[in-house]
Design a protein around this ligand. Sequence first.
Ligand code: GLA
Length: 389
Amino acid sequence: MLNHSVLEQKFIELYGGSSEGIRVFHAPGRVNLIGEHTDYNGGYVFPAALTFGTTMLLRPRSDRTLRLASLNFQAQAEASLDQLDFDPAHDWANYPKGVIVHLQQEGFVLGGADVLFHGEIPNGAGLSSSASIEVVTGYGFLAAAGHTDIDTVRLALTAQRAENQYMGVNCGIMDQFAVANGRENHALLLMCDTLEYKRVPFDSGAYRIVIGNTNKRRGLVDSAYNERRSQCEQAVQALQAAHPGLRLLGELTRSQYEASEQLIADPVVRKRARHVVEEIDRVLKSVDALQAGDLAAFGKLMIGSHESLRDLYEVTCRELDVMVEEALRIPGVLGSRMTGAGFGGCTVSLVHEDQVEPFIQTVGANYEQQTGLKADFYVCTIGDGVKEM
Ligand code: GLA
């Protein structure tokens, strides 16, 4: 993480003036511990905020101009707050623009600003770099407009709408919610239909959460993601014969689902639905296991989640499967699974603290040997959601 005085210096080089009036905000990335492809089905997820994310320096202006720059990308954007259409030339800067547009649509009166971002999350790794920049933008602009008690649940919804409608990415609520509402050393048990949530102390004792980045570019993720969503909708339609008024797969218990599963004629759609219903069940069992201090049971549920994402939901890829297989060969590893949307990106593993170094070396070497790709690893601590620094 670059320290704030370095960032301030860069800000001043770019925009002039002094450090006076510059405010610094931070939003984390997230890792999902378990509960994958359940959010848009109205089910449970269990993500946690990371300690690294996106830092935003903002200095209000007296006019309605918005200037956006990043230390990570070449493209910059300059526009009026009243003229913020999507512009392909603005590249990454469309993410913050989209959030500003949606906040204004909701009636918030925002002012112009010079803004510099610094992101620490590898892009496209499935650790929610986009949710992180969206949420930090919304929070910072609301704070600059004088809001002190910012509603971070509402902010997550606004950021999700911006991603859905302005960026055209049909994601669920998990990422923005985790980034906005995470808490140090806690995971978030979130019910995605009602947005009821509970911060669960995450005490992993002698075990560490290790994220493995396959560095496999996530190909076709948008179209495959949308296809999975529509298969879930097809499953709901078929199940309505037994459950009139059913809106989302997450409304069914596992046994209710099993009693009516035969109504789904298409075997592929049936596999998708089964994953969702069983995965939701695994989330609740995971929280029970963690609360009982049974990390081994949690690890087994992680393994079950990966197998289901591989065989039923079919969103893993060779790289993710190899990394998980190699992880599970290491002694002291209780569980390992893909995290995020899939088709590349990261795995998350629960590794005994004494095995973290050998884990990184051995899994890294075996992974590279089998895939030709170099992996990156992050030993993660759970951080806070968005805040002013
Ligand atoms: C992506 C989406 C989330 C969620 C996950 C899968 O991260 O942005 O909303 O659907 O995939 O669990």
